[in-house]
Design a protein. Structure first.
Length: 112
């Protein structure tokens, strides 16, 4: 498994079919700003008819104390077939329109 974080945004990574890529990003859920996956219908995304990467886990880990302290959001993708795919994540509030406050993008080359 490869592990990616904030500093990997904009990079190009390689995985093999069957391997997983974990993306861990800082998130303070009590502010309302949350990370979510952007599915633009590209060939490499899960929702576009046989995508290259499948989202297999999406979860948040927050500290027990103090209340309102920051935590992390983790997305885990599994490579299912060869090609190039893009992971796009955005941080925003669900009730606000407009541009997200942060973005995370990584191109993933899936090798046999």
């Amino acid at each position: 498994m490869i592990e990616l974080g904030t500093s990997d945004s904009g990079s190009r990574q390689s995985v093999r079919v069957g391997e997983r890529a974990s993306v861990r990003l800082p998130e303070t859920a009590t502010t309302g700003y949350r990370w979510h996956r952007v599915d633009e219908g590209d060939e490499g995304t899960e929702g576009a008819g046989g995508g290259l990467l499948t989202l297999v886990e999406d979860g948040s880990d927050g500290p027990r104390a103090p209340r309102g302290a920051g935590g992390e959001r983790t997305f885990v993708f599994e490579a299912v077939r060869t090609g190039a795919a893009t992971i796009r994540l955005e941080k925003s509030r669900a009730w606000e329109s407009g541009a997200p406050v942060e973005q995370f993008t990584v191109t993933v080359d899936v090798q046999p």
